[in-house]
Structures are given as structure tokens and as C-alpha cells.
Design a protein around this ligand. Structure first.
Ligand code: GDP
Ligand code: IMO
Ligand code: MG
Length: 427
């Protein structure tokens, strides 16, 4: 398998973790390219459940090089806790590498994330409050603290003095929170330095070497296309670019190095946090998805909003990332519904029928879904391992989606377990 990007095609939680874990079995390198511990990727291996936040979803295979790329944001305490928890369960982290250029989420980023959400009140974004947005803000403002600063305590204190000069004014005067002492913050941060030091590396160089040696590399996206800061439902988005193009900047490879883009979509849609969601359901069919799909956030435990598959948004995701093949997860969750629906077009407030995702958020907020109904199926799919195993109506549903988005569906999820899939991804 050559260099492949795995990208979320919806609002996150599409099942990327499970897909990456599956493909990692036949990959040499797995590299996360954006986001931080706002992500929550669940992997069910036998009777073991792993919830990964920052550590790449290839870590369960000893020998797979797992890279946390420069485009990610890293809470050093949270990463240490994740590493410790995995080690306690017998998972080896010998192959984990952390980019020295990745930015660190500092305690004031977490404080500001929470305080800003409180201040926004009913206009809040519903962030995971992990400090993601404020950390990326500081990266762009060039007052960020990076992983490599852990290796130089003197520089770290100097940088914190500069950063905190402005931050303390904001904490105190805008949010009525206590000021932070740069030396104390440095001391607290350096507590994690020794633990993280062995993992810090020039990860862009490592990935280049792997690609030159003909190794199989997976680029693992977090969040999803509709949460992309440029192309998503702004401002109800995350503060990075989950789309496939960001893999290049987020790990440091040229676009020509990427061979394939695997989009991951649920067979329906979920969203956590605030923001528009045209196909959202608040009836029994939505409850069916929530209950059967166990739709509660991996990171925050929040109940996920559920709705019918939105083909307008899915085609948009395919276009933005140049998706070459699609993984359709959680098809098993739709078993037992009398009918299943897909949104084929939007009807705007003015009554226009549109099939291209609108760039203007005012238009999008006014869009109503136009559905095509298909007959549902009752059969349990959890044992299906090939297309032939699927009941005809479930197969018809998959075919209708592939036809609408014009890319082949090469992987179908039929249960939570690692091997509960119909897997046709070429190696
Ligand atoms: P991610 O953030 O994209 O990695 O997705 P999450 O792990 O946050 O959420 C997806 C949830 O669905 C997890 O609990 C997975 O174990 C589960 N899951 C993934 N694929 C399937 C599937 O095909 N069927 C079922 N029933 N569950 C799945
Ligand atoms: P994975 O990788 C689903 C959502 C939050 C909020 C918005 C901004 O598991 O798919 P942030 O904390 O990033 O500033 O929050 O983005 N969000 C996610 N939703 N899955 C995720 O990650 C998410 N990461 C962030 O709920 O609406
Ligand atoms: Mg998730």
C-alpha cells in the first residue's frame, strides 16, 4: 500500500480510528497531521477498547512507526497520561515519534478556551475545551511554544515571559481570571520534558526516508471536512485543516508523494457541538441511530446529534480532499429501520434546488434537505464480511451512495470490532 491519507468526510467521529487501525496492520508508518486531543479515536480489538486522542491509531501494531506531526497541537500533560495509560496496558510506545515543530497546548490555552466559550454564551461553538483554538491562534501569531522548546529551558522561560505579558492582561481584565507566573508555567511544563524527550525527532525527515525506501505510509486525519477551518461550517469548526491537503503541511511532504485519499463517512451523519446540520433528526429514527450506534463522544461524552446521510455534503468532502475511495462505516446501525433516506439536494429559503454545497453560510443555514427514500432492511449485518453477505437492500443502499459520490466504496463497517468490515482496500 503506497502513501494514503485517511480523512474524515463529515463532522468528525466517522470511525477513522478503526479504519486506520485496520490499515495499519499492513502499513509501516502512521502519521497524524493536525488537531490535538480534541480528537477521540476508538479502536475495539477483541475485548479490549482503546480510546486514543493524540497517539496515532497505528500504535497497537508493534513495529509501526507512529508519528505525531508538526501540524498537530500537543498538550504535554495529556500526551504523557495517554502514553502512560497505554504502557500500563502493555502497548509498546517504542515506535512513537513527536515532531519538534509541533506546538504545545499550554495551561492558559485551556483556560482561554473554556472562558471564551462561557463568554460566547448562546453563541458558543461547543468546543472540546482542550485549548485547541487558542493554541493554533498563538501559532499564527508567532508567540507559540513548541515541542522543541522543552529541550531548552532558558528559551522556554523567555518565550513564556513574552507570551504571558499579553495573555495575563486578557486573563485578568477580560475574563477575571488569575495571572500566571512564567517561571511556574515553565516549571510545570518542564515536568513533562524528560518523559517526552526520547520521542522528539525530525519527523518530516523520518517520513521522507520511509517514502524513499518504498515504505507504506498512512496519514491520519482527525476531525472531519465539515469542521475544516477554511471549508467547514465556519465559525462552528475546529481551528485546523482536517482535509487531505493539510497532510502535506502537517507532516512536511510534497503533494506528489500522496497516492490515494480514503474518505471515511458513516452510513448516516453525526455531529457534536453547535452549528447547522440540515439532515438532523429529532424523532425515533434519530434515536435509533443514537442508541444502536452508541453515539456519545469519545472525548467529552456528549450525546452526538444524528441524522440521515447528506450526499450534498459528502460530495463536497470528496471534491475538497480529492477522495479516491470511500470507507462507509456503521452500516450495521441502520438495520431495523423501515426506510432509510439520503439527502440528494438542498432547497434554499428562496426555493431553489441546489446540489453543490453552498459557500455562503447564510444560504446553508436556510437549506432544507430533499430526500430520496430507500427500503430498509432488518437483517443483522455484524457477520457480513463480503458484499455477497449483505442483504440486497443494504447492498442497494451502498451502491446508491457510491453512484451519487462517484467514488468506489472499498470498505464497509458492519460492527464495532476490528474485523467487522467488508474490506476491499488494495494493499
Ligand atoms: P473517529 O473519531 O473518526 O475515530 O471515530 P470515533 O471513534 O470517535 O467514533 C466512532 C465510533 O463508532 C467508535 O465507537 C467506533 O468503535 C465505532 N465504529 C466504527 N466503525 C463502526 C462500524 O462499522 N459499526 C459500528 N457499530 N461501530 C463502529
Ligand atoms: P475526531 O478526530 C467530532 C468539534 C467540537 C466543536 C468543534 C470545535 O474524534 O473525529 P475544538 O475543541 O476542536 O475547538 O472544537 O469541533 N470537534 C469534534 N467533533 N470529532 C472530533 O474529533 C472533534 N474535534 C473537535 O465538538 O464542535
Ligand atoms: Mg472521534
Amino acid at each position: 500500500m503506497p502513501a494514503t491519507v485517511v480523512v474524515g468526510a463529515q463532522w468528525g467521529d466517522e470511525g477513522k480510528g478503526k479504519v486506520v487501525d485496520l490499515l495499519a496492520e499492513r502499513s509501516d508508518v502512521v502519521a497524524r497531521y493536525q488537531g490535538g486531543n480534541n480528537a477521540g479515536h476508538t479502536i475495539v480489538a477483541g475485548d479490549q477498547v482503546y480510546k486514543l486522542h493524540l497517539v496515532p491509531s497505528g500504535i497497537l501494531y508493534p513495529g509501526t512507526l507512529c508519528v505525531i506531526g508538526n501540524g498537530t497541537v500537543v498538550d504535554p500533560g495529556a500526551l504523557c497520561r495517554e502514553i502512560d495509560a497505554l504502557e500500563e496496558r502493555g502497548v509498546s510506545l517504542e515506535t512513537l515519534r513527536l515532531s519538534g515543530n509541533a506546538h504545545l497546548i499550554m495551561p492558559y490555552h485551556v483556560m482561554l478556551d473554556g472562558a471564551s466559550e462561557m463568554r460566547l454564551g448562546r453563541f458558543s461553538i461547543g468546543t472540546t475545551r482542550r485549548g485547541i483554538g487558542p493554541c493554533y491562534e498563538d501559532k499564527a501569531a508567532r508567540v507559540g511554544i513548541r515541542v522543541q522548546d522543552l529541550l531548552d529551558p532558558k528559551i522556554l522561560v523567555r518565550k513564556l515571559e513574552v507570551a504571558l505579558e499579553a495573555k495575563n492582561e486578557i486573563l485578568e481584565k477580560v475574563y477575571e481570571m488569575p495571572r500566571l507566573d512564567p517561571s511556574q508555567v515553565a516549571e510545570d511544563t518542564l515536568r513533562h520534558a524528560e518523559r517526552l524527550r526520547p520521542f522528539i525527532a525530525d519527523t518530516a525527515l523520518l517520513i521522507d526516508e520511509a517514502l524513499r525506501a518504498g515504505k507504506r505510509v498512512l496519514f491520519e486525519g482527525a476531525q472531519g471536512t465539515m469542521l475544516d477551518i477554511d471549508h467547514g461550517t465556519y465559525p462552528f469548526v475546529t481551528s485546523s485543516n482536517p482535509i487531505a491537503g493539510a497532510a502535506c503541511t502537517g507532516v512536511g511532504v510534497g503533494p506528489g508523494r500522496i497516492d490515494r485519499v480514503l474518505g471515511v463517512s458513516k452510513a448516516y451523519v453525526t455531529r457534536v457541538g453547535e452549528g447547522p446540520f440540515p439532515t438532523e433528526l429529532s424523532d425515533d429514527e434519530g434515536r435509533h441511530m443514537m442508541e444502536r450506534g452508541n453515539e456519545f463522544g469519545t472525548t467529552t461524552g456528549r450525546q452526538r446529534r444524528c441524522g440521515w446521510l447528506d450526499l450534498v455534503a459528502l460530495r463536497y468532502a470528496v471534491r475538497l480532499s480529492g477522495v479516491t475511495q470511500l470507507a462507509l462505516t456503521k452500516l450495521d446501525v441502520l438495520s431495523g429501520l423501515e426506510r432509510v433516506q439520503v439527502c440528494e439536494a438542498y432547497r434554499t429559503r428562496e426555493g431553489d434546488r441546489i446540489t453543490d454545497f453552498p459557500y455562503h453560510q447564510t444560504v446553508f443555514h436556510g437549506c432544507r434537505p430533499e430526500y430520496r427514500a430507500l427500503e430498509g432492511w432488518d437483517e443483522d449485518l455484524s457477520h457480513c464480511r463480503s458484499l455477497e453477505d449483505l442483504p440486497p437492500r443494504a447492498r442497494g443502499y451502498v451502491e446508491a451512495i457510491a453512484e451519487a459520490v462517484e467514488v468506489p466504496i472499498t470498505l464497509i463497517g458492519t460492527g464495532q470490532g476490528r474485523h467487522q468490515v467488508i474490506d476491499q482496500v488494495e494493499t
